[in-house]
Ligand binder design. Structure first.
Ligand SMILES: [Zn+2]
Length: 240
């Protein structure tokens, strides 16, 4: 069994019709979905499965199945189970997701501003953080924000493409995030390219143009270890 991950080719899909393919203890498996399962520092989507009779089953989280081939829609406490084989409209909480897309793309730009190994991170709602092994470098909030906003202002295109596991092994410099290794073993790895600025393996959802990120501020720089710094960013509302 496999769930077709529609968000991977089009992160802007807000809903899609699907069939209930399995009902597992961990959640509802659909044959296809727009729900992003938590991974790579990005939380799982929330939303609802809308049944033919109009009733809505709230989805509290989305995770991968044990084999990573299926995606589990974790229903909110107390939600009734759909019937196996039922047709549903899977609809994500788009406001939440778009805030995460903007934050995720902004964090990729941050790795271009601060070209140090990344040891951890988290995508939030219009905010996020990355931990860098920045050594003894002095990090300045204002300077980082200025550079980050200059990159956002370039309105660069964000594209995805796939390379083979072998190509990734031959180009280890592509992997900036030491704590979140790109999933290999399926034969191919997804790359997210921000035109002229950044290229790295990532399975997450991103905006199509950097201007959609909106204005960024650096809200904190914390010392996490002798050479490790946690940099927090926050985004102001965009028009989109
Ligand atoms: Zn990413």
């Amino acid at each position: 069994m496999k769930t077709d991950p529609l968000f991977r080719e089009d992160a802007y899909l807000r809903e899609a019709e699907a069939i209930v393919a399995a009902i597992e203890p961990g959640g509802i498996v659909l044959d296809r979905t727009v729900f992003y399962p938590q991974g790579g520092g990005q939380p799982g989507d929330r939303g609802a499965l809308v049944l033919d009779d109009g009733s809505r089953l709230a989805v509290a989280n989305t995770v991968y199945g044990a084999d990573r081939a299926t995606i589990l829609h974790v229903l909110a406490d107390g939600a009734p189970l759909p019937a196996l084989g039922a047709r549903v409209l899977a609809r994500i909480d788009w406001n939440l997701r778009f805030k995460r897309m903007r934050a995720h793309s902004a964090l990729h730009l941050l790795t271009a501003v601060l070209p140090y190994p990344v040891t951890g991170g988290a995508v939030g709602e219009a905010e996020g953080r990355l931990d860098f092994d920045s050594g003894e470098a002095a990090l300045d909030k204002g300077e980082i924000a200025e550079k980050l906003n200059a990159l956002i202002g370039q309105d660069a295109a964000v594209r995805t493409r796939w390379i083979s596991d072998d190509e990734l092994v031959a180009n280890p410099g592509l992997v900036k995030t030491m704590s979140v290794k790109p999933p290999t073993g399926t034969g191919r790895v997804r790359l997210v390219e921000i035109e002229g600025i950044d290229l790295q393996p990532c399975g997450g959802t991103h905006v199509l143009r950097t201007a959609e990120i909106g204005l960024a501020a650096v809200t904190g720089i914390e010392k996490k270890g002798r050479i490790n710094r946690r940099v927090r960013i926050a985004l102001s509302q965009s028009e989109a």
